[in-house]
Ligand binder design. Sequence first.
Ligand SMILES: Nc1nc2c(ncn2[C@@H]2O[C@H](COP(=O)(O)OP(=O)(O)OP(=O)(O)O)[C@@H](O)[C@H]2O)c(=O)[nH]1
Ligand SMILES: [Zn+2]
Length: 207
Amino acid sequence: MTTSASPTAALNAAGPAPGRPVAAIDTGRVADLIAQLLVELGEDPTREGLIGTPDRVAAWWSAFLSPAGAATATCFTETLVSDQLVIVGGMSVWSLCEHHMLPMNLQVTAAYVADGEVVGLSKFGRIAQHFAGRLQVQERFTRQVADYLTGVIGREDVAVAVQGVHLCMSMRGVRMEAAHTTTVHTGGRFGSDPVLSQQFLTLAASP
Ligand SMILES: Nc1nc2c(ncn2[C@@H]2O[C@H](COP(=O)(O)OP(=O)(O)OP(=O)(O)O)[C@@H](O)[C@H]2O)c(=O)[nH]1
Ligand SMILES: [Zn+2]
């Protein structure tokens, strides 16, 4: 397992991050572009209600692309723990569909088999937030979280299930408000051991 690696190094170790800006965005330039967009949409960015809107939107993009606390995956030695299924569920993150740039809400459940060491529980949520903070598709998000956790524990025994609600399917397009999409990655023993796989899927589906 990776123990207390540096935050940046640990997260970069997850490999290339499609769509993620290399450097911090130029919020002044983004605000100018938002003002131009408002004009193109028939608005007057200088009217009283819109003063400050371009800056707020730029600040939001900056925060969205740099989720606070993208963190080191702290691990702890636990000699009493062996072959134990650990599942962290109920993690809700927001991302942006890269086809329409509309929000998607992702309910994330992540699991691994602990053996001699345990991963700090909050880190599952931080990892999910990290990969949500960019233009995404749900399938790639699922895989990126799984690959990152695989790197943390140093074994393939990782499973990730994600249930997504995409506003591009509910507020526009086919307009199916109840539609939801489930993606599942099962690595290592989660793929080869039907009992473990079933335990994960059952617990991932429970509240
Ligand atoms: N696989 C996948 N598709 C996505 C995701 N988010 C959005 N999409 C889909 O991306 C597709 C884009 O299809 P296009 O035909 O290019 O765009 P469109 O005409 O706006 O499509 P409609 O949404 O059907 O109106 C749509 O089917 C979306 O539902 C995602 O996370 N994963
Ligand atoms: Zn979309």
